[in-house]
Design a protein around this ligand. Structure first.
Ligand SMILES: Cc1cc2nc3c(=O)[nH]c(=O)nc-3n(C[C@H](O)[C@H](O)[C@H](O)COP(=O)(O)OP(=O)(O)OC[C@H]3O[C@@H](n4cnc5c(N)ncnc54)[C@H](O)[C@@H]3O)c2cc1C
Length: 438
């Protein structure tokens, strides 16, 4: 068994990586720049935690495999277990999706509760030592193509394997270049998305037939979307967003007006008597970005990168945590099946690149449907699949099978082949025009 592994960045990807490494290394150290707290506050290193974090079913399944007690602890602390189509109400450009038990089930809660609950599980593993409030400031090149870490206090830290999970604002490309590795290439697709989110206490004594409400944008006429998302203590996160520089305002009046301008006023009607329970948090998403670590001509033998530090996605599609979990799963499988030799790190980056290709294509090809999006257009086949996917989504008000299949694909529990089911194809022929149902 190799001796020592270090993870830098102790957010969700880093915590999952530490969990997996504890099965394969004698000692695991997790280094996080922020100080961890349990007061429910959002850390400086994860400002995105003020916003909705949808946990896709695939991600939930991987988390549950790694942490069998996670569900119990989340529910005890106020998370909600929801069936997407039974508890959720979805306004599609073609009308309201049908409601039924879909079996597409996940948890909803704040990202802070999710991260802290995962951390509590990690803290129970005696092999893992957590060092918080300890920023890493650079890499040092050692002999034999290995690197070590330097802290801001100039302390040098060595390990048999270093796993970088420093997230979307990672400095790793610069740090590698500073010690002589080639310049990293990347692919970017920017759809110019803005978020505005506020916590609310819902009005009492109002009967509602849903726990979660989503109003989708309409690619031809309305780039705005929004959702009411249940979190702990019966509260809501109300989230508004726009694509193509249609940024939702973060002041009261503008926020409400934006909510009213969604494809349906049902979200506005539900929130107008709710009591605000936080400020309105804004976020400008810097687009989807994928670093091509897999194509580097030279690479440190004892270093790998995963999570948002490799690929960030348009958060609309809720793919970040699940993609990080898929990456950690690749690491687990490789550590089980292969020798931990000098080619391990390079092979890992190649495997990871393949794994994250599906969420990357699902998210970016959807974004590229908007003329305002900047990035390389998808190839003809991706475009055809994407157009088909949009038609399947629009079938929602007419077909349970179409909605469920579309959701299963987006939640990464079924391959995109599911939306080509013969019954769906027949339904598309029978319903060539999708008139909006009121
Ligand atoms: C607005 C928004 C909404 C999102 N919504 C969703 C969603 O609905 N569903 C979903 O699955 N994903 C969503 N995401 C993505 C999700 O937040 C991330 O994929 C997820 O947090 C995993 O990221 P990560 O752990 O790789 O990196 P991060 O969460 O970015 O964490 C990086 C960690 O590294 C630490 N760190 C950074 N530099 C150093 C250093 N030098 N030394 C030590 N530590 C360091 C940071 O403090 C932080 O803790 C959203 C993102 C945004 C921006």
């Amino acid at each position: 068994m190799p001796k020592k592994a270090i993870v830098i960045g102790g957010s969700i990807a880093g915590l999952l990586a530490a969990r997996v490494l504890s099965d394969h290394f004698e000692e695991v150290i997790l280094i996080e720049k922020d100080r961890y707290t349990d007061d429910g506050q959002v850390r400086n290193g994860t400002p995105q935690a003020n916003h909705i974090h949808l946990l896709l079913v695939k991600g939930k399944e991987i988390l549950q495999d790694f942490f069998p007690d996670l569900e119990r602890e989340l529910i005890e602390n106020g998370a909600n277990k929801i069936d997407f189509l039974n508890d959720g109400r979805f306004c599609l450009p073609s009308g309201w999706a049908q409601r039924f038990e879909s079996g597409v089930i996940t948890f909803t809660c704040t990202r802070t509760l999710l991260e802290n609950t995962i951390r509590h599980q990690v803290q129970k593993i005696s092999k893992i030592k957590i060092l918080d409030n300890k920023p890493i400031s650079s890499f040092v090149l050692e002999d034999a193509n290995k690197i070590s870490l330097k802290t801001i206090a100039n302390e040098k830290i060595h390990a048999d394997l270093i796993v970088d999970c420093t997230g979307r604002n990672t400095r790793t490309p610069d740090w590698l270049e500073n010690i002589g590795y080639p310049k990293l290439t990347d692919t970017r697709v920017d759809s110019f998305v803005g978020y505005a989110t506020r916590r609310y206490i819902p009005p009492k004594n109002v009967e509602r037939k849903w726990k979660m409400l989503s109003i989708l944008s309409n690619p031809t006429t309305n780039p705005r979307l929004g959702a009411i998302y249940p979190i702990e203590d019966g509260k809501w996160l109300v989230f508004l967003s726009g694509i193509g520089r249609v940024y939702p305002p973060t002041e009261e009046k503008g926020f409400l007006e934006f909510a009213k301008s969604l494809e349906s006023e049902e979200l506005y009607d539900a929130m107008k008597y709710a009591i605000p329970d936080s400020e309105i948090y804004g976020y400008r998403v810097q687009g989807s970005r994928r670093y091509h670590y897999e194509s580097m001509s030279s690479w440190p033998e004892n270093f790998i990168v995963l999570g948002d530090a490799v690929a960030v996605f348009n958060p609309f599609y809720g793919q970040g945590i699940t993609s990080a979990a898929l990456g950690v799963k690749v690491l687990d499988n490789m550590l089980r099946d292969q020798n931990f030799d000098k080619n391990f790190a390079k092979k890992f980056q190649k495997r990871l690149a393949k794994t994250i290709s599906l969420p990357w294509i699902l998210g970016t090809s959807e974004d590229l449907r908007w003329p305002t999006t900047v990035g390389k257009k998808p190839n003809v086949i991706t475009k055809l699949v994407q157009n088909h996917a949009q038609k399947v989504l629009l079938l929602g008000p007419k077909s349970k099978l179409a909605t469920k299949s579309f959701l299963q694909m987006m939640h990464m529990i079924r391959s995109p082949a599911i939306i080509f089911h013969p019954v769906i194809l027949l339904q598309l022929i029978a319903n060539p025009i999708w008139k909006k149902d009121e």
